[in-house]
Design a protein around this ligand. Sequence first.
Ligand code: PLP
Length: 517
Amino acid sequence: MNTYPGLLQYPVPKDKTPLVKGRAPSENRAHDRVPILEALQQYRGVTRFHMPGHRGGEGADPLAVSFLGQNAFLNDVTGVPGMDDLHEPHGCIAEAEKLAAEAFGADQTFFSVNGTSGAIHTMALSVLSEGDTVIIPRNIHKSVLSAVILSGAKPAFVMPSYDSFLGFALGVDADSVEACIRENPSAKAALLVNPTYYGTSVDLAPIASALHRHDMALLVDEAHGPHFRFHPQLPIPALEAGADAVAQGAHKIIGAFTQASYLHVKGNLIDRARMKAVFQYLTSTSPSYLLLASLDLARRQMVLYGRDLLEYALALAAFLRESVNEIPGLYAFGEESLGKPGADWLDPTKVTITVRELGITGFQAETFLRSRFGIQVELSDLYNILVIVSFGNTSDEISKLLDGLKALTAAVASGEVPKKLLSAQKDIPDMPGVPELALLPRKAVEKPWERVLLEESVGRVSAEVVTCYPPGIPLLFPGEVISKDTVSYMEIVKRLAFGISGPEDRTLRTLRVVKGL
Ligand SMILES: Cc1ncc(COP(=O)(O)O)c(C=O)c1O
């Protein structure tokens, strides 16, 4: 139950539509339409002698139908007349993509049914060919690395800024990108991530201008920013700042189904015919219409009701942030952490709760909230937990989270939750510089590899990525030469038990290296 008086002003919006009904600006009436949903409705009643095999649910295991609901099966239609073709849209998908382009400020939008990863791959392969240089920040998501591998491009890395208290990487600033452009004047594009997972974001406008002066495209992994356009308190969206193509995780932040994402393109720098061809190479010929309809509906909801829904989410998040900062030992960063390189703005609906002052790790906090309160946060790392506040959350849920956090601090004080954050883990040593690239990442993963002991890996060429948390910036990419400094750093990482992701051997006893090099 909600026991926080300040939260009472945010009642649970049981049905969020009446909350905002009638406020849709008249020029957006076209956005009331949901072409894919309409086509699915029209398909009802047709006798089905076609795929999928479950025949609208009649051929599915009854347990599946009772668990998922008949509608999930009835609407799981693909590749029949009237339902359009995602590869060559000309009907309901074309209409829906056009509405999405208008809503998100793009010239053209593609619906991705392979997550934001699929959108990133399409975007990168539309611009990059084998041997082309692409400017990327070192703290990319693995989908960007796979785009580099698939395209055969050469990465030119920009180091992101790093916040040593919070323990995570921020964005890249315009000066660093400009320096990288000078060093790589023939680069084809930059592929940047903005905002970061933790919600910090940079002003992309000067970066876009610098790239465009050199005919380089700005591609943006905006996985965590599909809502930015719909509320003025949120950071400026990449397309408005001058990006040429943007991948957005509609399933991550707004109401689409998991996997459903948008790929937007704007301007003339990107060859749209090539993008369409690449999209076809990478996309299933049997896309799920549940995913496609959810992209259509997420667009409708954002255009018609986004502003009010986000207003509500921002209010909940502001209350949460303030309340967390009143709990001794906890800290939720806000505006005061901005205005430095790599962090111009913050999406306030991302609430990072730093627990390091309690002497525990974020991993412990996550486990406590889950096991004792049935609360699951988005992620935890050594110092923090990350909570994403959405208009799908209620004030009661915020209240429950605050109760859980207070109980956590009490459990630490009583010794029930042991202080596992070692003092040595509080100051992470500086990372070694960007290693020398001996082979293009694609070549490095294509070649045979072998496993060697960490201490015997100096001078060898890595065949895998190694990232440790903090700082969440990869130490090694495939194709990079393993230096003495990198190995020494990994020894420290092992000793301090930092989180490790990427390598097959998470203990870092061994590394995968390219054979014969
Ligand atoms: C910054 C970033 N980019 C790309 C992705 C890939 O998105 P998806 O899981 O939809 O493929 C993620 C996923 O978490 C992400 O955080």
